[in-house]
Design a protein around this ligand. Sequence first.
Ligand code: GLU
Ligand code: ZN
Length: 495
Amino acid sequence: MNPGPKKPVRVRLAPSPTGSLHIGTARTALFNWLFARQNNGKFILRLEDTDKERSEKKFEKEILEGLKWLGLDWDEGPILNQEGYLGEFSPYRQSERIEVYKKYLQKLLDEKKAYYCYCTKDELEAERQDMIVEGLSPKYNGHCRHPDNPKAGREPQVIRFVTSETKIEFTDLVRGKVVFDGSLLGDQVIAKNLITPLYNFAVVIDDEEMRVSHVIRGEDHLSNTPKQILMQKALDFETPVYAHLPLILAADRSKLSKRYAETSLLDYREKGYLPGALLNFIALLGWHPKGDEEVMNPSQMTEKFDVKKVQKSGAVFNPEKLTWLNSQHIKNLSSQELFKLLSPELKEKNIIAEKEFVLKLIEVEKSRLKTLKDFIPQTDFFFELPNYEAKLLRWKDETLPEIETSLLKSLRAVEKINAKEFTAKSIKEALESIVDSTSRGQIYWPLRVALSGKKASPDPAEIGSIIGKEETEKRIKIALEKVTNTRENYYDQSS
Ligand code: GLU
Ligand code: ZN
């Protein structure tokens, strides 16, 4: 048989704007986006905002902002014309599609595939309790399904779907063959009334109307899938291909809580993470490329991603890994790119410096940055020597006179260099001429502290080349002074 033309790939992200954009939604977005990009398909954004009480505009904005920050652009929707949005696609909103759902609800009612249920909450609860007592798993008993329903004429409570008691089977791209027993479901509530559809119903209509070919979503939706498939059958819709992504877990395999992850993805931006690093990290939550190379940009991910290779078991969220990836992505940026990213904060903190100077700082600090937020605290000493304690100058168990001798040696060495040739290379050479294999730490440690005032900092030759000869000598003299001033005190402490 001729299989006919392949269905075009159309996938969607369908977040409910009832909370912040969290890591799980971002991963669903990324996997859908990668799948669309790989298959020349379309990535659709649909806001599932039918729950009026819980949906909020601020969450909607946050979701859009987060997706844009990550660079996960969507491909469809009316083009917005408002200021700042020119040329961008507006997402679909379920709240704007009520008429569409109404049409299908009416159709199901007319075909007797759905019916009004008149049972009150109290009645349903009483039935539920009875079933539990009888040792049955509770479900709606189908009371109002019958045409001679004695409750008819009362106030209708909800609309229920005639849920057949068949076996429901589908092949999930991640989980393989999945089978559900329809007889456990009971007639599902699909709407409160004609203009208030519920989630499972609206999704089925939208996936059909938007010609969604693949539904890639979190495992928390797995139990919704059989219900949705039954509705698709009743409406003569084609069932899309499903892929359910594994849950994201904390290190101890418990539910991911605030202790491990930021509630909102945008908080990572505030903390100095790069969108590229987050995307890379999220990609590895449940999937791993072939080979050892884990650092990837979006185009490399698009090349390598394979939804069929996504794991079934929970994906552990490891914050240290995120930070490591962030440092790797920072390293891969050019100094100019980093300068652009760092500028707003420098401005905000009133740090005024020549671009050339900041670029030099970036060069020496780049490999030590874990997040963008490390830059200012890690470079403040270039602008102004912090006040530090003399004991920081001490290498191993050196005595004060030894520290003094070491600093004096360094001072003499740098004094010999011509101010115009005060480069990292010339400083290094000068220092190398006064150390031997046993005295490296002895010379380098106190000098590095003298120039930075910090326990951890770049190489003293690098620092010297940036602050210049005059400032270098001044800082060594300050260190020498500290040693002299604290001499007695120091001996007291170390005796
Ligand atoms: N609106 C659902 C949610 O926010 C997603 C629905 C779906 O992907 O089918 O979890
Ligand atoms: Zn009923």
